[in-house]
Ligand binder design. Structure first.
Ligand SMILES: Cc1cc2nc3c(=O)[nH]c(=O)nc-3n(C[C@H](O)[C@H](O)[C@H](O)COP(=O)(O)O)c2cc1C
Length: 348
């Protein structure tokens, strides 16, 4: 059946119900018929790993690490699960996810609902990843010390994954984005540096950033990620801005906007970071990818790896096949012999 037909049915359901149905279907009923093959041109070595293709599942889709193995089987190059907090929590009250169908966008104010680190950890331990797994961590809403929460998650997860993503950019946990201020960021990153040292952890650590920042924030963040030896950046999370040009009547719902309406802003931020840090600190580009062209734009802007969430909701999980095919074609059309060679060519 065509995904457009399935999607017109899904669009009639409550978005959270549709999402949990999709997770249950993937978890219990999906088995791939053919192993997915990757074009050689899409291979890239980043964060100490060889990625067979650069396109991953963004955080928030598989919050409790239930289907990442299925996403690898579908052909995603990697998957980031979470955000996971130390204790389980319910998140904000419902409704809290809005599909802006005319805009192909989503607004969410979920507030990190998740089963907590003990449960998610034991799930990951019993289902060791046969692909590249990232774990996205964050603090509980009612935490006494947010930094301690990040450290606790780091300790528990660092040896179960290919990288840890420190999420400081969700707009739905009050004041979380204050970690974009220098003093708070330094405190957080120095505690993470300490725990990495104590545990002698070699697991790469990346930081996920908000799109709602200004140029001086970018300079300051670059300085600090280099000072504290971070291994990468995820650019970007959802936006609390960019509502002017939206069509859907739910456009002013509180929360983070995702999908094509944030693509240009996210690309611009990638370009600005890339200009400063070049290839020293790799960028995972996310925000509005739903086709080979939008994936290619982010690579040219400076991203070495990519992620998507909203595109996967609107076009279905099999969209990965089309994106990979189109991306490989675009690279060849423009004379690149590898993905790596196209990274950042538009950043000047
Ligand atoms: C419903 C929903 C839930 C999300 N939950 C998380 C989350 O828990 N942690 C996180 O770092 N990002 C979360 N995100 C943000 C995505 O990972 C991504 O950064 C953002 O949606 C932009 O990408 P997209 O346009 O491809 O969706 C969420 C996004 C959506 C739409």
């Amino acid at each position: 059946m065509n995904y457009q037909i399935i999607n017109s049915f899904i669009n009639k359901l409550d978005p959270e119900l549709a999402h949990s149905l999709a997770i249950q279907l993937l978890k219990n009923f999906y088995t791939p018929l053919f192993p997915s093959k990757d074009d050689e041109i899409l291979k890239i070595n980043i964060l100490g790993k060889e990625f067979l293709n650069p396109i991953g599942v963004a955080a928030g889709f598989d919050k409790n690490a239930e289907v990442y193995d299925k996403m690898f089987q579908l052909g995603y190059g990697f998957a980031e699960v979470g955000t996971i907090t130390p204790k389980s929590q319910e998140g904000n009250s419902k409704p809290r996810v809005f599909r802006l169908i005319e805009d192909k966008a989503i607004i969410n104010r979920l507030g990190f609902p998740n089963q907590g680190l003990v449960k998610v950890k034991s799930r990951i331990e019993t289902k060791r990843a046969e692909g590249i797994l990232g774990i996205n961590i964050g603090p509980n809403k009612d935490s006494a010390s947010r930094i301690d929460d990040y450290v606790e998650c780091f300790k528990n997860f660092h040896n179960l994954c290919a990288y840890i993503c420190i999420n400081i950019s969700s707009p739905n946990t009050e004041n979380l984005r204050n970690f974009h201020e220098e003093e708070n960021l330094k405190k957080l990153l120095s505690e993470i540096a300490n725990v990495r040292k104590i545990l002698n952890s070699k697991t790469p650590v990346v930081l996920k950033i908000s799109p709602d920042i200004n140029d001086s924030d970018i300079d300051m963040i670059c300085k600090n990620i280099i000072e504290f030896n971070l291994d990468g950046l995820v650019l970007t999370n959802t936006s609390v801005r960019l509502r002017e040009n939206l069509i859907n009547k739910q456009k002013n719902e509180t929360g983070g906007l995702s999908g094509p309406p944030i693509k240009q802003t996210s690309n611009l931020i990638i370009k600005k970071f890339f200009k400063i840090i070049k290839k020293k600190v790799p960028i995972i580009g996310v925000g509005g990818i739903d086709s080979g062209i939008s994936a290619y734009e982010k690579i040219r802007a400076g991203a070495s790896l990519l992620q998507l969430y909203t595109g996967l909701i609107y076009k279905g999980p099999f969209v990965i096949t089309t994106i990979k095919q189109q991306l490989a074609e675009l690279l060849r059309r423009d004379g690149f012999s590898s993905l790596q060679k196209a990274v950042g060519v538009d950043s000047e």
